[in-house]
Design a protein around this ligand. Structure first.
Ligand code: ATP
Ligand code: MG
Length: 422
């Protein structure tokens, strides 16, 4: 333990400090703990501030005016301070993990040391408050300095208790740019199969954090360390080729996942994400993006002919929608020259801007006629209405000056008669 505070590069928010102080005044021990202590020493901004205390949950609740029972069975009470929630958890020991997934029960303990011992890595097992200073029982600060991910205690036991820690180790190594200590690495390789028992949501959350980190290409470690088959078969197949993921890709989950899965193709990509219980919106976006990342935005034969290039871009905007069109362009720029070189993409970006400035129609919504117009002009209600509108839209995508009600009404007959020939 040490009282010096100069090594803390980030300030504790006043509210968290206040929570520590209020618990203290009631005679309880209280520390900030885990990831936030790690991040403060590194000078990173912690995502959340976790507090650990010897006060029991009911005692914590009696100290504060506004609390929420978020995980009371695990000893966690959320204390609300100025609209922000702080998780306050009673010192605890995790019981047996007979299924390798969840501790069968948690037991409270009066000992901070016991609580720190159950934590995964030395860099995540430090506690701090102003009076005691840093509590670092496993040389976590030294490992932070050396850039090492190391288990607290025996790695075989620790990964055996909770196999998610395998992916957490890899994820932290990507987020922090750290290497995995040798014995910890050996245990990961040996116990990789036990990852199969972990819930797919937890696996997905770790892989997503890894991909959103500043070293997304470190997802290779999941393969190199033998863990990929236990994520899923589709995941294992998807990552078999060389597929760099430039850190310049904006850190949004659909963009990073699409870049990672681009050589797998849209079907495998969406299978990977469905298996991992990814939300439908992200899965759909990744499916669309991976479907287009392998091919050029403008067909070969249209290149160099600006009218046709613009038509191709309008068709693409219409097909994928404006937002995904922008995402696709950004991804392609980051991945250039995989399918187009940078200069050509820059040129396409300018064309896309011209299309938007001109207000060209790129969706049924913007078409100058509606389903009603088409029916009033004599098309029978039913599927023909949609087909006619889509054909009119195709004519407008080719030449946006056609998006006028009178021109379109004059061509309804062409469009519906084309249908009759089919
Ligand atoms: P992040 O920046 O992602 O929030 P974190 O280290 O804060 O990283 P959390 O998942 O928020 O990670 O967990 C908070 C702390 O709880 C960790 O620092 C660690 O001490 C402990 N912890 C979390 N998950 C596990 C686990 N699976 N096994 C052991 N300890 C864990
Ligand atoms: Mg955290």
């Amino acid at each position: 333990m040490s009282g010096e505070q100069g090594f803390m590069k980030t300030e504790i928010p006043a509210e968290a400090e206040r929570i520590l102080q209020m618990l203290n005044e009631r005679g309880y021990e209280a520390y900030i703990v885990g990831g936030c202590v790690r991040d403060m020493i590194l000078g990173r901004q912690p995502e959340d501030w976790d507090i650990t205390t010897n006060a029991l949950p009911a005692q914590v609740k009696s100290v504060f005016r506004r609390t929420v029972d978020t995980g009371i069975q695990h000893g966690t009470v959320t204390v609300m301070m100025k609209g922000h929630g702080y998780e306050v958890t009673t010192y605890r020991i995790d019981g047996e993990y007979s299924d390798g997934r969840h501790p069968d029960r948690v037991a409270f303990t009066p000992s901070l040391a016991e609580d720190l011992k159950r934590r995964d890595f030395t860099i995540n097992a430090m506690a701090y408050n102003r009076t005691t200073g840093l509590v670092d029982l496993f040389a976590g600060r030294e490992d932070l300095k050396r850039g090492i991910i190391r288990c607290v205690g025996n790695p075989m036991e620790r990964f055996g208790e909770d196999a998610l820690r395998i992916l957490r180790a890899i994820r932290f190594s990507a987020q922090l740019g750290f290497s995995i200590e040798e014995e910890t690495g050996q245990a990961i390789r040996a116990l990789a199969p036990s990852l199969a028992k972990v819930s797919r949501e937890r696996v997905q959350a770790e892989l997503t954090k890894l991909l959103l980190s500043s070293s997304p290409e470190k997802i290779r470690l999941v393969y190199d360390m033998g863990a990929a088959p236990y994520v899923s078969q589709a995941f294992c197949r998807a990552g078999s080729g060389e597929c760099p993921i430039p850190a310049a890709i904006p850190a949004k989950k659909h963009l990073r996942w699409a870049a990672f899965l681009r050589t797998a193709g849209p079907e495998t990509a969406s299978k990977v994400l469905k298996d991992l219980k990814m939300d439908n919106d992200t899965t759909n976006r990744v499916r669309v993006l991976t479907g287009h990342l392998g091919k050029a935005m403008v067909p070969e034969e249209a290149r160099g002919r600006q009218d046709e290039e613009k038509t191709a871009l309008r068709r693409l905007m219409c097909e994928v929608g404006g937002e995904l069109f922008d995402d696709l362009l950004v991804l392609k720029e980051c991945l250039a020259p995989e399918t187009e070189n940078r200069e050509y993409l820059q040129y396409l970006r300018e064309l896309a801007e011209e299309i938007r400035k001109a207000g060209d129609c790129t969706s049924l919504k913007e078409l100058a006629v509606t389903g009603n117009d088409v029916m009033q002009a004599g098309v029978a209600p039913g599927r023909d209405v949609g087909r006619t509108l889509n054909r009119l839209l195709e004519l407008v995508l080719e030449d946006p000056s056609r998006n006028e009600k009178s021109w379109l009404l004059n061509h309804i007959f062409d469009c519906s008669s084309m249908k009759k020939e089919l």
